[in-house]
Design a protein around this ligand. Structure first.
Ligand code: FES
Length: 123
């Protein structure tokens, strides 16, 4: 475990998401009112930067690009959302917010390169 201080709890307004550099790793921290979530900075759908396209309201994070959404209290997927959020463990101590940086969390994005070109070639 490697607990790193991200910010003071009061630095992050309710219903906001802010990007932090934690020893070279970008972490997006959301304050959803009754708690905090620290997550990778991009949407698990198509890598949209969530500090720009993420909307936090009513304890829900919504990516405004294609409206995937997650309940930040339960991490449940809402609506048409097909991938769960990955989350870093967080804790509060003496008014500060800490994140447990064990390793950088990243999503698997399917690449067109994975197609076998030979499959489509005609001989
Ligand atoms: S990129 Fe976020 S929902 Fe599609």
């Amino acid at each position: 475990m490697t607990w790193k201080k991200i910010c003071d709890v009061g630095d992050l307004a309710v219903n906001t998401a802010k990007l932090f550099d934690v020893e070279g790793v970008n972490v997006l921290v959301t304050n959803y009112g009754s708690g905090f979530r620290a997550i990778p900075p991009v949407c698990p759908h198509m890598e949209e930067p969530l500090d720009e396209s993420g909307i936090v309201a009513n304890c829900v994070l919504t990516c405004s690009k294609h409206l995937w959404a997650w309940d930040l209290r339960t991490l449940g997927m809402l609506g048409e959302t097909e991938k769960p959020l990955k989350v870093y463990e967080t804790r509060q101590e003496d008014g500060a917010l800490f994140v447990n940086m064990v390793e950088e969390l990243v999503y698997d994005f399917e690449s067109e390169d994975e197609f076998d070109d030979d499959f489509f070639s005609q001989s």
